[in-house]
Unconditional design. Structure first.
Length: 246
């Protein structure tokens, strides 16, 4: 159902209700008052829905700027604010777009929260609902988001910054999502392995205090995993390529 069809249905419903009120003898002034109240409530709801959709694309733009510009020194509170906006977007819809999950996962990896990064990236790559093709019964929010997304794609000149952010994030998702998930899981595995290795009694309580276990061989250092190029390099290369082809 398109936005015009939704508007037409709502208008017809209001007219039917007004006609019913007139039939049962409600004064015209009361009917007009009722119609005015309904109109302003409807406009407020409509503006709220539009703002929610706008917040998603604003999140893409802000996140893409952070992920693409690896040389810029971002304050922690700036990145945390964008992460918070992404989490708010994620929870305001029953079926958030997969790109939101990927973008949040990339941001979490950027700040070193590999557990959250792996969770969000795994949803995109391994969850049954992590792909756009699986969304056959969209919510009203997702349908409205897709309508705006397709309008931006058809007319990229109307929102060039948003268009560039979406394209950069989508291409990074295709090129790097699997490697990023593998990297975050490898980092988590290294941390957990180090914690387990350090947990057994490195010292024991003796009569005279703490003594090192005799004959204990030094632990073999955990090999550093091979880290693929950071997402910032990928996004920066994609951005430069788009500027050349534009």
């Amino acid at each position: 159902m398109t936005k015009a069809q939704e508007t037409a249905q709502r208008l017809i419903a209001v007219l039917v209700i007004m006609a019913m009120l007139g039939v049962i003898g409600i004064p015209l002034t009361v009917i007009l008052f009722f119609a005015t109240v309904v109109y302003f409530v409807w406009r407020a709801v409509q503006r709220s829905e539009q703002q929610d959709v706008k917040n998603i694309f604003d999140f893409y733009v802000a996140a893409n700027e952070i992920l693409r510009d690896d040389e810029k020194r971002w304050y922690g509170f700036e990145v945390n604010h964008v992460v918070g906006e992404g989490e708010r977007v994620l929870h305001m819809m029953p079926d958030p777009p997969p790109l939101v999950y990927f973008t949040l996962g990339a941001l979490y990896q950027r700040i070193g929260d590999h557990e959250a990064a792996a969770e969000h990236l795994a949803h995109v790559l391994e969850d049954e609902e992590g792909d756009e093709h699986s969304r056959v019964h969209p919510s009203t929010e997702l349908r409205r988001y897709v309508e705006v997304l397709r309008r931006i794609e058809r007319e990229p000149g109307e929102a060039p910054q948003t268009t560039a952010a979406i394209r950069g994030l989508e291409r990074a998702r295709r090129a790097r999502a699997a490697a990023m998930l593998e990297e975050s899981r490898a980092r988590l595995g290294s941390v957990r392995h180090g914690a387990v290795s350090a947990a057994p009694g490195q010292h024991r309580q003796g009569d005279g205090g703490l003594h090192t276990l005799a004959g204990k061989r030094p632990a073999t250092p955990t090999p550093t995993p091979v880290v693929p190029p950071p997402i910032a390099e990928v996004l920066r290369d994609l951005y430069e390529e788009e500027k050349k082809t534009a």
